[in-house]
Each structure stands twice: as structure tokens, then as C-alpha cells.
Write a protein that binds this ligand. Sequence first.
Ligand SMILES: [Zn+2]
Ligand SMILES: [Zn+2]
Length: 127
Amino acid sequence: MPEKCGKWPGVVAIVGDADMYCVPCAKRLYGDGPLQAVIEGVPDYERYTDHGGNPLTPVLSGSEDLHGQHCGGECLARVMRGELTEVETRLCDEDCSCYGVDGDVGDDDSDWEYEADDESYGTAKWT
Ligand SMILES: [Zn+2]
Ligand SMILES: [Zn+2]
């Protein structure tokens, strides 16, 4: 689960360098101080920028921008090394359906198809 930080409804991710990162990864990339300022929404937080010079953008819990997103930072690297599962790098709410499209959901449906196959197997015994 993403860590929620800050006094806003909960900053769960940071957009920087055209990618989205969980808060711990963003801190590692851009520094504790700048991230804390962005998360807390201090008046001039826009002056903290990513490596491309664009303002770091906090993404709040429940934001539509989070749908289907995974942390693109150290978490991604850890998935590559097999230390984390992809599920653990999800930035959107775990109750949200946005990750379901890729097909982890629906195992029950395939079980039903197997039962249909059993029926044809049964008729095969007639011959
Ligand atoms: Zn979602
Ligand atoms: Zn991360």
C-alpha cells in the first residue's frame, strides 16, 4: 500500500520527470526537504523541481491520475529484482478496480469454462 503523507487528504504519489513515484521513492530521488515542502504544500513549493526543471506535482489519494499507476522509482527496480510484486507498487487504492483490466480478476470465470468442457467429455464416452 502506498504511504500517505502530508496534511492534505493524503499525498500518495509525486509526479516528476514524466513518471509517477511513491513518496519514499520520490524522497530518494529529489531529497527529503523538497519533498516535505511539496507534500505539505508550502506556498512556494513550485520552486522545487524535478531533474528536468518542472515543478514536482503531488498526487492526492483518490485522484483519477492514480488509476492503473505503479511507482516508477526504486519500487520498479525492486520488482525487476524480484523483491517486490507488482501489486505492492500500486499507487491507486487497493479497492479500486482500475488494475483489474489486465486479467488477474476473472479466474472464477475460467473455472466455469472448464465445467462446460466436462460436459462434452461426458458425451464423448457415448461413442
Ligand atoms: Zn484506480
Ligand atoms: Zn516507490
